[in-house]
Write a protein that binds this ligand. Structure first.
Ligand SMILES: Nc1ncnc2c1ncn2[C@@H]1O[C@H](COP(=O)(O)OP(=O)(O)OP(=O)(O)O)[C@@H](O)[C@H]1O
Ligand SMILES: [Mg+2]
Length: 244
């Protein structure tokens, strides 16, 4: 569903993302880990077509992000670090607008907006203007805009940042539900600094450090090795820093 192949991003002499390749299957939830500045957001922005790569490419649901960017973009939903919300619009109006620019056919827009509203727990606030919502609810609107066109692939940049524990649990349930093979089986890549979140919902972990992929393993393999994710994270990052 996602095939990233040698993605590289340079800013002048600085290499923000260095030859990152990975694949993710339908129904898979992949956790993107790495210290601040590792290159997670940059990789995600490239996968979603918001930033051109310097080198390498990726296929999203079979569509190449370079040779077929429109189809690739249509197949992906993206929650950026700071979602582009319009504070003066109400929730339904905003989601309807996003559905329109994501090419959801006019006759299906209402149902698409209602479904995303329902799934993200926004039914009670759908007439409120976005600027008046709490941070957690705005984050939910950010997730709703990512799923409104029912994309096969979801790229979520720190989806639970700033949420309260109850909302975090709800968003995790939502993510697990979106990936459920019995239902829509979305492919989801999410970045987070909360390691417990990875343990709770991710089937695979990809760790990035200084732009390079330094780990790509299934949660099952990691659990079997008996080391906590926190210890493993610290061990790998310290090892990489010593080697640098
Ligand atoms: N426009 C730019 N010009 C130069 N350097 C940039 C630019 N955008 C990002 N970078 C650098 O690329 C590196 C990777 O940044 P990125 O935002 O991808 O990290 P991240 O892993 O998402 O970090 P965080 O956990 O803090 O969100 C950083 O060193 C950042 O300063
Ligand atoms: Mg980031």
């Amino acid at each position: 569903m996602i095939e990233a192949d040698g993605i590289t991003k340079r800013y002048g002499d600085f290499v923000a993302v260095d030859d990152v390749s990975f694949t993710a299957e339908a129904g898979e939830v992949v956790g993107f880990l790495g210290p601040n500045g590792a290159g997670k957001t940059t990789t995600m922005r490239i996968l979603t077509g918001f930033l051109p790569a310097t080198d390498g490419t990726a296929r999203i649901a079979g569509h190449d992000i370079f040779s077929d960017p429109l189809a690739a973009r249509r197949a992906v939903g993206y929650l950026p670090e700071t979602p582009p919300l319009y504070p003066e619009m109400d929730v339904t109006g905003y989601l309807t607008y996003v559905a329109k620019i994501k090419d959801v056919p006019r006759g299906q827009r209402k149902a698409a907006v209602e479904s995303a509203t329902e799934r993200c727990g926004l039914a009670d606030v759908h007439r409120r203007v976005i600027g008046s919502l709490s941070k957690g609810y705005r984050q939910r609107v950010g997730i709703a805009q990512a799923i409104v066109h029912d994309p096969k692939v979801l790229i979520l940049d720190e989806p639970t940042v700033g949420l309260d524990p109850i909302q975090i649990r709800e968003i995790r349930h939502l993510i697990a539900d979106l990936a459920d093979p019995e239902k829509a089986a979305h492919t989801i890549v999410l970045s987070t600094h909360i390691l417990a979140e990875v343990e709770a919902i991710c089937r695979r972990v990809i760790m990035i450090h200084n732009g390079k992929k330094v780990l790509d393993q299934s949660m099952a393999e990691l659990t079997e090795a008996g080391e906590s994710l926190e210890d493993m994270f610290a061990r790998i990052i310290l090892r990489e820093e010593e080697a640098a």
